[in-house]
Ligand binder design. Structure first.
Ligand code: 13P
Ligand code: SF4
Length: 305
């Protein structure tokens, strides 16, 4: 089946089943064509909370689909590729969290949404790349904060808030290996471009960039600039071009690819919608606590706050 036919059939299936398709910005470009909404982790969580659809096809990675399930418990949430995990999320387990909290004593735990539901259930509050600074600023001053699992996001938030943050030693392999030399080279090649980096990059890369933003933030900033270099997953430029075909967008590194995000395809999306396979569930004993941590984040970062 060619791409256009697949897209038509998926849209038809979507109508028949009253399904909603949510897609992360890093998804392959072909997936944008079938999505009802494309966004960053926070925007997708908000959409999941609002949709009320009986069936949610989540084109992204598992932790995002789990978050959608927690915020929309009455929807069946389907991940078209069950193997689509996140290496960063796998760098912290619930048992390690429990041990660390015991060792640290009096501590507030903030977990990035890039974690399993079990790890969220061990934490006080969640955050995304879009609201991490706001979430940490909402916590009582003078408390030590254990920030899990991304050490680079932790360093950025510590710099921006001045809070006492103890980082977990995790990192995202797509973002952690960008260097200041990459930024210098990009500036030489594209002297008129604004350099925007994702807070999962090392702090020296962030400080060498012009702006720091979540993927959703990058898309908003694209409205202001004609030429951009993006320090994030290379597919983000396809996302910018999808909304703004006239902009010139260059990845900081063209080989910075999240292989799990690229596991989704139109064929897999159609099959999953047809058979309703790949359902994501969270055991109730974990869901209650994990949902509470996410809802605390949502209430801190409502768009009007
Ligand atoms: P965003 O929430 O900024 O889209 O980031 C998600 C992610 O996994 C980045 O690697
Ligand atoms: Fe996880 Fe990194 Fe992929 Fe984002 S880019 S989903 S943090 S592995």
């Amino acid at each position: 089946m060619n791409q256009a036919t697949l897209v038509t059939e998926i849209k038809q299936l979507k109508r028949t089943k009253s399904a909603v398709i949510l897609a992360h910005n890093y998804q392959p470009r072909e997936i944008y064509e079938i999505a009802d909404f494309i966004g960053d982790s926070l925007e997708l969580a908000r959409k999941a909370e609002q949709t009320g659809a009986p069936l949610l096809l989540f084109c992204g990675v598992r932790f995002m689909a789990e978050t959608a399930k927690l915020l929309s418990p009455d929807s069946r949430v389907i991940l078209p590729e069950p193997k689509a995990g996140c290496e960063l999320a796998e760098m912290a387990t619930a048992e390690q969290m429990r041990n660390k909290k015991k060792e640290m004593g009096d501590v507030v735990t903030v977990t990035y949404v890039n974690t399993t539901a079990e790890v969220k259930a061990e934490s006080d509050i969640c955050c995304t790349s879009a609201n991490a600074v706001k979430v940490v600023n909402s916590l009582p001053e003078n408390r030590r904060i254990l920030f899990v699992p991304d050490k680079n996001l932790a360093a950025y938030v510590a710099q921006e808030t001045g809070r006492n943050i103890v980082p977990w030693e995790g990192f995202c392999y797509v973002h952690a290996f960008f260097t200041v030399d990459d930024v210098r080279r990009a500036r030489k090649e594209h002297p008129d471009a604004v350099v925007i980096s994702h807070p999962e990059c090392p702090i020296d890369v962030l400080n060498a960039s012009d702006r720091v933003a979540s993927t959703g933030g990058m898309l908003k900033l694209a409205e202001q600039y004609d030429e951009l270099v993006l320090g994030t997953e290379a597919g983000m430029c396809a996302r910018v071009s999808y909304d703004h075909p006239e902009k010139r967008c260059y990845p900081l590194k063209p080989d910075a690819i999240c292989k799990n995000m690229k596991r989704t395809s139109l064929e897999k999306a159609m099959q999953a919608l047809k058979d309703e396979t790949g359902e994501v569930t969270v055991p109730e004993e974990i869901a209650g606590k994990a949902r509470a941590a996410i809802e605390r984040m949502m209430s801190v970062s409502r768009p009007n706050r």
